[in-house]
Design a protein around this ligand. Structure first.
Ligand SMILES: NC(=O)C1=CN([C@@H]2O[C@H](COP(=O)(O)OP(=O)(O)OC[C@H]3O[C@@H](n4cnc5c(N)ncnc54)[C@H](OP(=O)(O)O)[C@@H]3O)[C@@H](O)[C@H]2O)[C@@H](O)CC1
Ligand SMILES: Nc1ncnc2c1ncn2[C@@H]1O[C@H](COP(=O)(O)OP(=O)(O)O)[C@@H](O)[C@H]1O
Ligand SMILES: [K+]
Length: 510
């Protein structure tokens, strides 16, 4: 892929943005029908390759045609497959078609492609091309159409959705009444936001981008004025890493991270965060823990400087030692396993002019102290909540409807970078830009994986204190890639947080 297409592969749009970009192409003279031919031709070729890889060709192919141009795309694919000798049938649940779609329907019928009922299609086909709705769907699906979608979902047919699984809202990823559960989704032209929303994850199947050559100038003209949204590609994720290491580097040039973590109750959190930080390549690692944890941490992380702290009765950090010289740290990451008893340390840390990452009980304490604690911050702050922590921090923002909008609002409200963890982690920055992690694995849904992320992120921020947004994207991508690799090699049940830390160093960063 060329540099320009690589850049376009990182862009994520809403339905309105996609519509505006396409309208520029049409206004400049690109005929709608020509674009549809081009797109559907690319789709047909890609689908055939995919079926061959699955050993499914040349099975009979069913095509589900909706009223709009998503249905038009489907009909062009149906025609091309038919002309190539595939056995094809079409089902068209709604009588009314847009003009161009209607023209393709007439031509398809004239060629002899059979129009059949859904039942007949499901009985005779192994593959379904879903061209019911694309980014034009705005109303909820109900009644007979919803029943038909249920029947499709209950069948064993392999489903390839055009642009989006029909029924999924392009921006929020919410199911509009009901939605097709695709095996493959071929997203057209530009990545749509729904491909990165947790609510759509179970409907998308394997997601692939079909680049049909939208000129960068048209994208830029439309997105120039809006808050941008980016997909974290490997290129993006590794671009900011301090690699190759300068030949004359030394340990104090490669960042010094202060981790503040652990308690009697959650001793392991400190180890996991420490191992995550170790994997980041950070030059120096200091770990402040309750006094009684020092021998444990020294045994697990012999390279780290362990700072024993005065403890509460319950074995949490009561305060940070007076003797601590904060000037030597480029970043502080605080929260894993500290418990809510460690409350007094949070205002102290937030008062320091050092980039700070807050996670876990660090976030819960911040929520109870109030977000005004962040007002006086002079250095970047990164908050890394999961959905529950997010709701405590931002009770006025619902992270379950639109996670992209939620992180954008949360970040703009607080001035902090907000990393909302989930199946598809979303990162909001105070400028309004949002970064989305495109792939991960449910193998990471285990206690302790977040602690690893905090350590890794802390270590990266310490190395890149001027680029905390970059470090946050890198950490998110790297952590997810390690989970994916670990799940491939150990099964999805074998990705405990400790082993996850070992896979971090196996991810190629070139
Ligand atoms: N622009 C281009 O040329 C290109 C577009 N491309 C392709 O076009 C797709 C977008 O096409 P689109 O805008 O026609 O919208 P689409 O998603 O097919 O459906 C909208 C239709 O559904 C109807 N409808 C909505 N809700 C409904 C409901 N609940 N129940 C019943 N009906 C409902 C709605 O009707 P209306 O609201 O007008 O009554 C309208 O007719 C895009 O995803 C991509 O595949 C690419 O090939 C690139 C070139
Ligand atoms: N279903 C999932 N798919 C992909 N990643 C997941 C999933 N569930 C959780 N994760 C990831 O696992 C990590 C869990 O972090 P967190 O909830 O803080 O756990 P803990 O506090 O126990 O360490 C996050 O990085 C999150 O994105
Ligand atoms: K579709």
């Amino acid at each position: 892929m060329t540099h320009c297409r690589n850049q376009i592969a990182q862009i994520v749009v809403t339905a309105a943005e996609m519509r505006a970009i396409e309208n520029r192409l049409f206004a400049a003279g690109m005929p709608v029908a020509a674009l549809m031919e081009k797109v559907a031709g690319l789709l047909a070729r890609r689908m055939i390759d995919q079926w061959e890889a699955l050993g499914l060709a040349p099975a009979k192919i069913g095509v589900l045609v909706g009223p709009g141009h998503n249905g038009g795309d489907a009909l062009v694919i149906a025609r091309e497959l038919y002309l190539q000798g595939y056995s094809v049938v079409v089902t068209q649940p709604l009588a009314k078609l847009k003009e161009l779609t209607e023209a393709h329907a007439q031509y398809g019928k004239s060629l002899g492609i059979p129009w059949v009922s859904l039942e007949e299609l499901l009985d005779s086909c192994k593959i379904l091309i879903d061209g019911l709705f694309g980014f034009g769907l705005e109303r909820s699906i109900s009644g007979e159409l919803a029943e038909q979608i249920d029947r499709i979902n209950q069948s064993q047919i392999l489903i390839c959705s055009i642009d989006l699984p029909s029924g999924i809202h392009t921006d929020t990823g919410q199911v509009l009444g009901c939605a097709i559960r695709a095996d493959y989704t071929f997203c057209l032209g530009l990545w749509k936001a729904a491909c990165f929303q947790d609510s759509a994850v179970e409907y998308l199947g394997t997601v692939e981008w079909i680049d049909f050559g939208i000129p960068f100038a048209d994208i830029d003209a439309i997105l120039g004025q809006s808050s941008r949204c980016y997909r974290i590609t490997k290129e993006r994720a590794i671009a900011g890493l301090p690699l190759p290491r300068p030949l004359l580097s030394h340990k104090y040039k490669a960042g010094h991270l202060l981790l503040v973590c652990g308690s009697e109750e959650y001793a392991g959190s400190a180890i996991l965060a420490g191992l995550g930080a170790r994997a980041s390549g950070v030059g120096m690692l200091s770990i402040a823990v309750p006094h009684r944890l020092k021998p444990l941490l020294v045994a697990q992380l012999p390279e780290a400087l362990i700072i024993p702290c005065p403890e509460t009765e319950t074995g949490a950090i009561a305060e940070l030692p007076d003797t601590l010289n904060y000037q030597k740290y480029q970043a502080i990451a605080c929260g894993p396993g500290i418990t809510r008893s460690a409350e007094p340390i949070i205002p102290t840390l937030l008062n320091l002019p050092i980039p700070a990452i807050l996670d876990a009980d660090g976030l819960n304490i911040l929520a109870s102290l109030g977000m005004s604690q962040l007002n006086q911050r002079s250095a970047p702050t990164i908050l890394t909540p999961h959905t529950g922590e997010f709701k405590r921090l931002f009770p006025n923002i619902d992270p379950n409807i639109d996670r992209i909008k939620a992180v954008r609002e949360a970040s703009q409200q607080t001035g902090a970078i907000v990393l909302l963890k989930g199946a598809r982690t979303a990162i909001g920055s105070p400028t309004g830009t949002v970064y989305l992690n495109p792939e991960s694995t449910p193998a990471l849904a285990r206690g302790g994986s977040g602690d690893v992320l905090t350590g890794l992120l802390g270590g990266l921020v310490a190395q890149l204190p001027q680029a905390p947004e970059m470090a946050t994207q890198t950490a998110t991508w790297w952590h997810a890639q390690a989970g994916i690799l670990a799940a491939q090699q150990r099964t999805a049940l074998g990705v405990d947080a400790f082993h996850l830390t070992e896979y971090l160093s196996q991810i190629p960063l070139r």
